[in-house]
Design a protein around this ligand. Structure first.
Ligand code: NCD
Length: 315
């Protein structure tokens, strides 16, 4: 993380060393969670505010639990039921929360750049938990952690990202993160569900699902109906027939991932989602330890190489 007051707003904020350090810390934390006493005192007295303007199950619950497992105080502010309902601007909401001196603000917002605005308006470390279709860096890190755990490496691993790339902050962040660590992303989607300048992302692209057979990891994206103003596919049935990840399209030895929430029977067949190849619940577990690692990393001195061992010793 390169900025002066460190934030995690986009995968581009990370060097390869940053990403690998965070994954190593996450692995060390994972081992510590095997104990009966799951709480570490590391962030005692720190305040983490979760500011969520969009619905979330996995991301919010894991940031909340991650902060608690490190003994930080936490607060959740959701858009509905807050003054946001009354039209308070994001900047005013951020300034109000800043009065409590939070160490970290985690923000999810439908508008691109919302996390930058909060970073500019407050003194807190800011983590982007999803801004529109732009970025979702902690999702990318937890996906790297899941792949590294399952396959034992990242360098040279081939990952097909299948589906609604156009509306997906997960796809954008994951492609960047995979390239950062030497893995090889392949985007598979109909032309209507790819961004116009897709080549700029740096991944290979296929409009046919056939190359799925050649990859190590099948990463399925959700059809993001809430971000589609027009009809991007003739029908969901046709989409499923051409691009749905069904048992006959997954070969033995491949692993399957999905960021959730899944549309079973649309982009992913339930038999695949529930098969031994599926890493979907592993991704949720990774989300917890990776978000603990990110909080830990942001709240320790900038540029300091943090060896994983001292975390255990504090406990
Ligand atoms: C994703 C999101 O909200 O960006 N979900 C998540 O964080 N696990 C993906 C999605 O909504 O499709």
């Amino acid at each position: 993380m390169t900025t002066e007051r460190r934030h995690l707003l986009a995968v581009g904020d990370l060097t390869r060393d940053d990403a690998e350090r965070i994954l190593d810390t996450a692995s060390a934390l994972e081992r510590s969670l095997d104990r009966e006493m799951k709480k570490l005192p590391t962030l005692r007295g720190r305040l983490v505010v979760n500011l969520f303007y969009e619905s979330s199950t996995r991301t919010l619950s894991s940031f909340e639990l991650a902060a608690k497992r490190l003994s930080a105080d936490t607060m959740v502010l959701r858009a509905s039921g807050s003054s946001v309902d009354k039209g308070e601007s994001l900047r005013d909401t951020a300034l109000t929360l800043a009065a409590y001196d939070p160490d970290v603000i985690v923000i999810r917002h439908p508008h691109i750049g919302a996390s930058q605005l909060v970073a500019a308006a407050t003194d807190a470390h800011v983590i982007n938990a999803g801004d529109g279709k732009h970025q979702h860096p902690t999702q990318a890190l937890l996906d790297l952690h899941t792949i590294r755990d399952a396959l034992g490496r990242l360098d040279g691993v081939t990952v097909a990202i299948v589906g609604d790339v156009l509306h997906s902050r997960v796809a954008r962040s994951l492609v960047e993160a995979l390239l950062l660590v030497g893995a090889e992303p392949l985007l598979i989607a109909p032309p209507t569900l790819l961004p116009r300048n897709v080549e700029a992302l740096g991944a290979k692209v296929s409009h046919s699902i056939d190359p799925l057979a050649d990859v190590d990891v099948v990463y399925v994206l959700r059809m993001q109906a809430e971000r589609m103003e027009a009809s991007y596919v003739p029908s969901l049935r046709e989409y499923t027939a051409l691009y749905g990840v069904t048992p006959d399209r997954v070969r033995p030895g491949q692993v399957v991932m999905h960021p959730g929430p899944m549309n079973r029977g649309v982009e992913i067949d339930p038999r695949v989602a529930d098969s031994g190849a599926s890493l979907v619940t592993t991704q949720v577990r990774s989300g917890l330890v990776v978000r603990m690692a990110v909080l830990y990393d942001l709240l320790t001195a900038p540029g300091l190489h943090v060896a994983p061992v001292p975390i255990m010793e504090v406990a």
